[in-house]
Design a protein around this ligand. Structure first.
Ligand code: PLP
Length: 397
């Protein structure tokens, strides 16, 4: 059978692949420590589960409007008004099966073959492949660790061509944890407006910002950008609801309608029960985020300090999300029993095979010098993992 060419342009999500390997190893009885998952370790809050139980009991188990139920769209409008200070009508909202699906609908609705999407690197692994699946062309915009991965407006402008359709912003970022400050967002807005580029603002980690780091949406910094921005968000990370598959977009009505049409011919509606659960989550107040941040804050300190204490590694303190992105290039050229560490991918493979430590190479995130580790496991697990990592590095010669 000859498959479609587009299937040869993409790879399975590398993060999901490492997580699946770690789970298989654990099922075989191997004591694997998993730093690869992209989700909170917390359970979904009880009040959200209760809303789902009530939906089932009430028979809310049939098709819904393809673009999502009005009650959820209104809850999303309230959230965006409350948190981002921007007023949207329900007709500007599309509810999808996770933020990843939102981005997939966007690419299908926006891109013609060869259209370009600018993606600041390091980036979330799925952005380039979602663009490629729509026959679009990802264009990587390099950012530097030394600059806190900030976007340089001049370098951004240099990436723009007549084929540029969109720019993806992701703050806090997966994998770096970096956030964009107001000045950067204003400069990006200026470039996007002058070149008629859509900004896709992926705000999925918005609630996970530490200390007093200011973190804002581009539509908050520059309200006029609402007409050329697609805000993308969801309940996966903020409410520990990764399995419920609810994401959403807010943006220009014509784009939202086109995305909704794509969705209506693919998944139809997002799950009815999950939509009711998401309504409860969005009405649920801020208590859950406080608990999540109280849990993650000491873990972030622990892992950053421990990584910086290992010779050959350097690790900046991330401003948000729940990942660290240490630079491991100081270990390149070192040897172990079965070979040499020439890249972050070699190091990740060595750690998984020899030490049973699962973390993801920076390579699919657009950085050959880094590893991505998630610090959502328990403190004890993180400590055990760090001890294993230290020993594995000491064993290199
Ligand atoms: C930056 C970013 N955006 C979007 C998503 C997708 O989230 P979901 O599809 O679970 O809503 C993820 C998940 O890891 C992510 O890291």
């Amino acid at each position: 059978m000859k498959l479609a060419d587009r299937t040869t342009r993409i790879v399975p999500s590398p993060t999901l692949k490492v997580s699946a390997t770690a789970k298989t190893m654990a099922a075989q009885g191997i004591d694997v420590i998993d730093f690869s998952a992209g989700e909170p370790a917390f359970d979904t809050p009880d009040f959200v589960k209760e809303a789902a139980h009530s939906a089932i009991a009430a028979g809310f188990t049939k098709y819904t409007p393809a673009s999502g139920i009005d009650e959820l769209k209104r809850a999303i409008c309230d959230k965006l008004s409350r948190d981002q200070g921007i007023q949207y009508e329900p007709s500007h909202i599309l509810v999808s099966c996770g933020a990843k699906h939102t981005l997939y609908n966007l690419a299908q609705a926006l891109l013609n073959p060869g259209d370009e999407v600018i993606i600041p690197a390091p980036y979330w692994v799925s952005y380039p492949d979602i663009v490629r699946l729509a026959d679009g062309q990802p264009v990587m915009l390099e950012t530097r660790e030394a600059d806190g991965y900030a976007i340089d407006p001049q370098r951004l402008e240099a990436c723009i061509t007549p084929r540029t359709k969109a720019l993806i912003l992701n703050g806090p970022s997966n994998p770096t944890g970096a956030v964009y400050d107001r000045k950067t967002l204003e400069a990006v807005a200026d470039v996007a407006t002058r070149h008629d580029v859509l900004v896709v603002s992926d705000e999925i980690y918005e609630k996970l910002v530490y200390e007093d780091t200011p973190c804002m949406s581009i539509v908050t910094a520059v309200p006029e950008m609402a007409g050329r921005t697609l805000v993308v968000n969801g309940v996966s990370k903020a409410f520990a609801m990764t399995g419920w598959r609810i994401g959403y977009a807010a943006g220009p009505q014509a784009l939202i309608t086109a995305m909704a049409n794509v969705q209506s011919q693919s998944t139809s509606n997002p799950t009815s029960i999950s939509q009711k659960a998401a309504v409860a989550a969005l009405h649920g107040g801020t208590q859950f985020f406080t608990e999540l941040l109280d849990d993650l804050t000491p873990k972030r300190r622990l892992i950053v300090d421990a990584l910086n204490a290992i010779p050959g590694l350097t690790c900046p303190t991330p401003a948000g999300a729940f990942y660290v992105f240490p630079n491991v290039s100081g270990l390149f050229g070192k040897r172990h029993a079965n070979g040499t560490i020439a890249s972050a991918t070699d190091l990740a493979a060595y750690l998984l095979t020899d030490t049973h430590l699962a973390c993801v190479s920076g390579e699919p995130f657009g950085s050959v010098n880094h590893l991505r580790l998630t610090y959502t496991p328990t403190i004890e697990t993180i400590q055990r993992g760090l001890t294993k990592l230290k020993t594995a590095v000491q064993n290199l010669s």
